[in-house]
Design a binder for this molecule. Structure first.
Ligand code: SAH
Length: 230
């Protein structure tokens, strides 16, 4: 009996260890073949993308595709962006370790984890309750203590925690919400997919000496930003 238990444990350890190794290798390949090659150079972003286990944020049947060069479904009609887009948006924010960041569209919680690897505090808002709850659980399981998840319409931002050094919006909207502009700190940066549905771009918004500047960065497609009742 004891020998059987021992053999089972041994096989489990080998299998488990092996699958963890596979994911680490896949993550390393993702960084080299999808990110660095396309111009992701920010070291903090690269380290975060290498550290966060993307596969645990996607449904079990999609885990084997987690490190592929594409977006994945996370349920409720929502998607987790392609790794390159997550890295690109993160890099655009030029995050520092003392920064406070606001994310609108928690989804799976993956982007929040990437931000939490770099910044001091991450506040993230999700409008679909079940997704927000699951993301919070996952972030807690992984031990991210610097992320707060709130359920609600992110259009209004998170006034009590403002101003933010960086704001990232991960759902596509026609124009930039005024409350988010107001909650961006002086010297802050915001990245947001905005514009008409068939011609959406990632916009980089900066605020310097109170002056807001907007620059088109990349043509993109994102799930729509929806409005709550409040
Ligand atoms: N950043 C996510 C991907 C998000 S997909 C990740 O890493 O997994 C976009 C998310 O934005 C969806 O979960 C959608 O429900 C959410 N969303 C859409 N409109 C919103 C709003 N007004 N406020 C907050 N979240 C919103």
């Amino acid at each position: 009996m004891n020998i059987l238990v021992f053999i089972s444990c041994f096989i489990f350890a080998i299998t488990f260890g092996f699958s963890q190794d596979t994911y680490i290798t896949q993550r390393q390949d993702m960084v080299n073949n999808q990110l660095k090659i396309r111009g992701i150079v920010d070291l903090a972003t690269i380290n975060a993308m290498r550290a966060v286990p993307r596969h645990v944020f996607v449904p079990e049947n999609a885990q084997k595709y987690a490190y592929e060069d594409r977006p994945l479904s996370i349920g409720k009609g929502q998607t987790i962006s392609q790794p390159y887009i997550v890295a690109f948006m993160t890099q655009e924010l030029r995050l520092q370790s003392e920064h406070k960041v606001l994310e609108i569209g928690t989804g799976s919680g993956y982007q929040a984890a990437v931000l939490a690897e770099i910044a001091k505090e991450v506040y993230t808002i999700e409008i679909i309750e079940s997704l927000g709850k699951r993301a919070k659980e996952q972030l807690d399981t992984l031990g991210y203590q610097n992320v707060e998840v709130r359920i609600g319409d992110g259009y209004h931002g998170w006034k009590e925690k403002a101003p933010f050094d960086a704001i990232i919006v991960t759902a596509g909207i026609d124009s930039i919400p005024k409350p988010l502009l107001d909650q961006l700190a002086e010297g802050g940066r915001m990245i947001i997919p905005a514009g008409p549905r068939n011609a959406m771009h990632l916009l980089l918004v900066t605020k310097n000496n109170g002056k807001v500047r907007t620059k088109k960065r990349l043509p993109v497609r994102f799930v729509p930003f929806v409005r709550g009742r409040n």
